[in-house]
Design a protein around this ligand. Structure first.
Ligand SMILES: Nc1ncnc2c1ncn2[C@@H]1O[C@H](COP(=O)(O)OP(=O)(O)O)[C@@H](O)[C@H]1O
Ligand SMILES: [Mg+2]
Length: 323
């Protein structure tokens, strides 16, 4: 294959959405809230939690694509507004981001109360029916409980004034924000998790394998499991990805790139072993590499391991993960 074809294959793979169960469950719950609002005017709120790389931002993008902005002669209509909460969010910065997204030409000017009332006016004028706050833990990460309380309180009053359903998406730590503000907590009584492993019928290993094979079916070369069984490969995939879609995708994308560049014609555990070390964890060799026959079958979540709790970067680079 030519380099250009390789690039197209990789891009197509990167853009593919796979309806894995928790992703679909979250989308359906969000859509049900939107329908409830459209039919009855009742605004229900939802919290979607997932570690980095579990698909939160992708879920927002998918919904934005399903409910696109309409450009009318007199105004733009934005049925679903996606707000990426800025790092170290304050009331002023939150208001500015929302105003900017709604097309306010002077999003950072005015006092907080002026901005807040412009936010409400624009939400109505643009016929916004739902707001999704991605990276909502940034509100919590601000640090001092007093500041969190103020931002949380402002959001609570914004949600009440807007009268539309909202979704907060963030890493599990986001629950801490709601502990601080009881009134906000009451509004988000419904919580969903994007992690695999919530099914009563399928094990987490089985779910990882399903996701791997669904993603693999989008590739131009086949997946193979030898010398392992598919079931065992599923288990190894779980340890290699922590059950997060982003890592399964990263492994497959790197394996595909390598296979296309070197004319290998399948994606085998041997190739996955190599790309795990290169793409996920450079210290992941031998018994610390889930695709190696000597792997010790344990979660790689200790200090300086790729799935260390609360870690958002891979030890390989120490840079923030792309996702
Ligand atoms: N449903 C899905 N199907 C296929 N790939 C997905 C899906 N959800 C997420 N991904 C991929 O996983 C990676 C991380 O997703 P992202 O939405 O950025 O996670 P998060 O926001 O939770 O950190 C991205 O490369 C994205 O393309
Ligand atoms: Mg994200």
């Amino acid at each position: 294959m030519t380099g250009k074809q390789n690039f197209t294959e990789l891009r197509r793979f990167d853009e593919e959405y796979i309806p894995f169960p928790p992703f679909v469950a979250a989308i359906e719950a969000i859509k049900a809230n939107l329908t409830l609002f459209r039919e009855t005017g009742i605004a229900q709120h939802l919290l979607v939690l997932g570690e980095s790389g579990t698909g939160k931002t992708s879920l927002c993008r998918w919904l934005a694509h399903q409910y696109p902005k309409l450009v009318m002669p007199d105004r733009d209509v934005t049925p679903v507004l996606i707000i990426s909460v800025p790092a170290a969010a304050t009331i002023a910065s939150m208001a500015a981001v929302i105003l900017d997204k709604l097309g306010d030409p002077a999003s950072s000017t005015g006092t907080i109360s002026m901005k807040t009332s412009r936010v409400i006016t624009l939400i109505r004028a643009c016929r916004v029916e739902m707001i999704l706050f991605d990276e909502a833990q940034h509100i919590h990460d601000r640090g001092q409980a007093a500041t969190q309380y103020m931002v949380g309180d402002w959001l609570k009053s914004l949600i009440d004034q807007a009268g539309i359903p909202t979704v907060f998406l963030g890493i599990p730590r986001l629950e801490g924000l709601l502990q601080v503000n009881e009134q906000l907590r009451r509004r988000f009584s419904r919580r969903m998790r994007l992690a695999l492993g919530q099914s009563d019928e399928t094990s987490i290993h089985g779910e990882c394998l399903q996701l791997f094979r669904s993603l693999g079916s989008c590739l131009p070369i086949p997946l193979t499991c030898a010398p392992y069984t598919w079931e065992e490969l599923g288990m190894r995939l779980y340890y290699a990805s922590d059950g997060r879609v982003s890592y399964i995708k990263k492994l497959l994308a790197a394996a595909l790139r390598r296979a296309l560049d070197t004319d290998i014609n399948d994606i085998s555990p041997g190739l996955l072993e190599l790309v795990f070390t290169h793409e996920i964890w450079w210290e992941g060799i031998g018994k610390l590499n889930p695709f190696n026959s000597a792997f010790e079958f344990r979660r790689l979540d200790r200090n300086n391991e790729p799935f260390e709790r609360g870690s958002v970067s891979t030890p390989r680079s120490k840079r923030p993960a792309k996702c």
